[in-house]
Design a protein around this ligand. Structure first.
Ligand SMILES: [Ca+2]
Ligand SMILES: [Ca+2]
Length: 283
């Protein structure tokens, strides 16, 4: 104990290893020992480390209906949709102009050259088709989810975003370029987080947009319905495609209270162990 106070917290690792039998272990091994409860036979210090390690919480996949735009089922090289309603379970989001030449639905690119990449999931992709010669207002697809915003939870939303290749058979529309996109996560109609056009998929390619949003101990929109909005910014290129819309939720323990308790327990265990070591040394 005297040695501990003499050197304070700046003791070399070898001292810790000798006194606490805690080797330099890979994090994976420490996690395994923590999970197995082996700390009881390793050392109190390992138990303290276990207490300080963040808890592993499992992500729960929330329901996004028709997340892959497979409804309606659509034949290869076929668009199914209209100007007023989106694919099943999705509705049209029109930010400004509802009368211009704009279509919403699903597209099955099989047998066409509209995509070099395979469809991210299933056969269809969601379609937001806007001719910006009629209006520059953004538009897209949106869905209110069955889940509500929960406190102490981290949400992760991922969506594959595609750039329709002009290919050789897309006339009379010119799909050259990319109109830009935005993915919004909402609760109670309020936007919580967005990916505002940070990715630039090449012609005929998909990229995955991912956004995260962590809710603390309280939130103005807690208990209100979550929603997802997939937007085309209506720049040059006519069409943006979306697919594989996945939203998961992970419980997040309150960091302040959890770490305070863990730190307190860790110091208590260390003090007990040091006292025992000191008593043994005096014998
Ligand atoms: Ca799909
Ligand atoms: Ca394009």
């Amino acid at each position: 104990m005297a040695q501990f106070f003499k050197h304070g917290w700046h003791l070399p690792l070898s001292w810790w290893n000798t006194n606490f039998k805690l080797s330099v272990m890979p994090v994976k091994k420490i996690k395994l020992l923590c999970a197995l409860g082996s700390h009881k036979i390793v050392s109190p210090l390992l138990l303290a480390v276990c207490l300080l390690m963040p808890a592993t919480a499992n992500a729960v996949l929330l329901t996004v209906n028709n997340f892959s735009f497979e409804n309606p089922s659509t034949a290869p090289a076929t668009f199914t949709g209209d100007q007023a309603s989106g694919p099943a379970d999705w509705s049209v989001y029109n930010a400004g102009d509802t009368n211009s030449f704009r279509y919403f639905g699903v597209w099955n690119p099989a047998t066409t050259d509209s995509y070099t990449d395979p469809v991210p999931d299933g056969f269809n992709v969601g379609v937001v088709f806007l001719l910006n010669t009629f209006s520059i207002a953004e538009a897209g697809l949106q869905q209110v989810l069955p889940s509500t915003l929960e406190v102490s939870t981290r949400y992760t939303l991922s969506v594959d975003v595609g750039n329709f290749d002009p290919g050789s058979g897309s006339a009379p529309w010119d799909f050259t370029g990319f109109p830009g996109y935005r993915v919004d996560l909402l609760a109670g109609g309020v936007v919580l987080a967005s990916d505002n056009n940070t990715l630039m998929p090449a012609e005929g390619r998909f990229l995955t947009s991912t956004i995260s949003y962590t809710v603390g101990a309280s939130h103005t929109n807690a208990g209100q319905a979550l929603a997802i909005r997939l937007v085309s910014l209506n720049g040059t290129g006519v069409e943006v495609n979306f697919d594989n819309v996945l939203l998961d939720a992970t419980a997040v323990p309150e960091p302040s209270s959890r770490s305070l308790v863990a730190l307190g327990l860790a110091f208590l265990l260390l003090a007990i162990h040091l006292k025992r070591q000191d008593a043994l040394a005096r014998r």
